[in-house]
Design a protein around this ligand. Structure first.
Ligand SMILES: *Cc1c(COP(=O)(O)O)cnc(C)c1O
Length: 455
């Protein structure tokens, strides 16, 4: 059992002090290090552990480093790491309630708590943990289709008199492109609505597109509002979208993969106003709830459509007449990991006030960054109360230097990480606070390094 001590020692060391941000190994070095693993002979567990952990330490962008200001990748809280171990030890099979009654009820208990925070009614609620936001969005499209086109469950989309289509903003997550292909709708059925000057889905444009598409023979069935766009952190006009969907009998899905977590902060929650009217919602627990990957959540207020979308007959499964939840009949996955334990344990140990404080502090840190940028002559190009900052510098709009040059220099010469993104045809920086341990000193360090790279 000595190997378990090795693991806990590594966890303790690494949790206290994450590695340098940028990978120390190139691909050739990695392949060379893997060469000896031909699996011909069994090796001692301790040696394997030591080699593998050294490799991973040296060959990773350490998103747990407080100077990582990158994509929506969390520095996980400790209870999540512990829960991963516990879930792995018991390895409950979630597919059937009767195989894992406690695990299933722990998940449902946690999901009901989050649903309540989002303002969703518990009556007729169907919800599940997913691998991530993509699977949750995928589930939303499947359930929306089942609700609007029940006959398609037997005959397929091809059997419908009119082609169904759905609407997302130009800033929506690209998981919807994959989903449109996977569910057989096709990419052309994914209608991309332009954004307004504030980078929100333009509702006037949406209304015009709905009318035109109907006239052209399409059958619109779903609109997606993004709460916290991946590139910009911007929240679409959810109350207006909810109303429009109500009027036109469209499924209203809110993709709150990242920003859904602010539902736990009484102070920030108003940002999500309108989400409580959604037909379905995506929240990623492995984003701003700071859990280890992967942990998404899917919620819908249409338990019946959800059931129709996923139900099957399988006589080798345990009978489920008396079960409260039957995941294999109500969700996309079958055999599934006990994903929800980490959110349950993190909520139990940190408490909702503790979580709210973590989220608010990260938001405040981004405000501080905005102020500093402004004072030092940088230009901010997005408007959001959430901790994503898109910015550029006059030197980059006039000279030869590009934002991509600057970040490449940053990766090579500094111990910090941000990314770039194209907004309104302009390449700009994207900064996001994802780590509850990041401080003003970390932000100041980034600013100094950025300024240095301009000259
Ligand atoms: C990250 C993200 C997704 C995809 O979630 P995964 O967990 O990476 O599958 C979907 N929507 C938004 C808005 C996101 O930020």
């Amino acid at each position: 059992m000595n190997i378990i001590n090795q693991l806990t020692a590594e966890m303790e060391r690494f949790y206290a002090e994450p590695g340098p941000l940028n990978p120390q190994l190139d691909r050739e070095a990695i392949l060379n290090a893997l060469q000896p693993f031909d699996f011909a002979e069994a090796r001692p567990a301790g040696d394997v552990f030591e080699t593998v952990s050294q490799l991973v330490r040296a060959g990773t962008v350490h998103i747990t480093n407080p100077r990582y200001f990158g994509l929506f990748n969390p520095a996980p809280v400790l209870p999540a790491i512990i829960a991963e171990g516990l879930a792995a030890v018991y390895n409950p099979q979630m597919a059937a309630w009767s195989h894992a009654p406690v695990a299933n009820e722990i998940e449902q208990h946690t999901l009901r708590f989050i649903a309540t925070k989002l303002g969703l009614p518990l009556e007729q609620l169907a919800s599940t943990f997913t691998s991530g936001g993509s699977e949750a969005n995928h589930s939303a499209v499947l359930v929306g289709l089942a609700h609007h086109f029940p006959q398609s469950l037997d005959d397929g989309i091809g059997g419908l008199p009119k082609r169904p289509c759905l609407y997302v903003s130009a800033m929506a997550h690209n998981s919807f492109d994959k989903i449109a292909k996977h569910v057989g709708l096709g990419l052309s059925a994914l209608r991309i609505v332009p954004v307004n000057d504030d980078l929100q889905l333009d509702i006037v444009a949406l209304k015009a597109m709905l009318t035109e598409d109907r006239a052209a023979g399409w059958e619109p069935f779903m609109v997606v509002g993004t709460a916290g766009a991946t590139a910009t952190g911007v929240v679409d006009p959810l109350p207006e979208l909810a109303q429009l969907c109500q009027e036109q009998s469209l499924w209203f899905h809110v993709d709150a993969a990242w920003a859904g977590a602010v539902a736990i902060s009484p102070k920030l929650k108003p940002i999500l106003a309108g989400i409580e009217q959604a037909d379905s919602v995506t929240v990623d627990a492995h984003k701003w709830f700071n859990l280890t990957m992967g942990a998404g959540m899917f919620f819908t207020r249409h338990a019946k459509a959800n059931q129709q979308a996923f139900a099957v007959r399988a006589d080798y499964m345990p009978p489920s007449e008396n079960d409260a939840v039957v995941p294999y009949l109500t969700t996309l996955q079958w055999s599934r990991r006990f994903i929800g334990l980490k959110l349950f344990m993190a909520l139990a140990e940190i408490g909702e006030l503790g979580y709210a404080a973590m989220i608010e502090e990260q938001t405040n840190l981004a405000h501080y960054f905005r102020e500093q940028l402004d004072q030092q002559g940088w230009q901010i190009v997005n408007k959001t109360a959430l901790p994503v900052v898109n910015f550029t510098h006059p030197k980059l709009t006039t000279g030869n230097l590009t934002a991509d040059d600057v970040v490449q220099q940053l990766y090579a010469q500094s111990d910090t990480w941000i990314s770039t993104v194209t907004i309104n045809d302009q390449k700009v920086f994207r900064f996001c606070v994802t780590n509850f341990k990041s401080t003003r000193q970390d932000v100041d360090y980034l600013l100094n390094e950025l300024t240095r790279s301009l000259y």
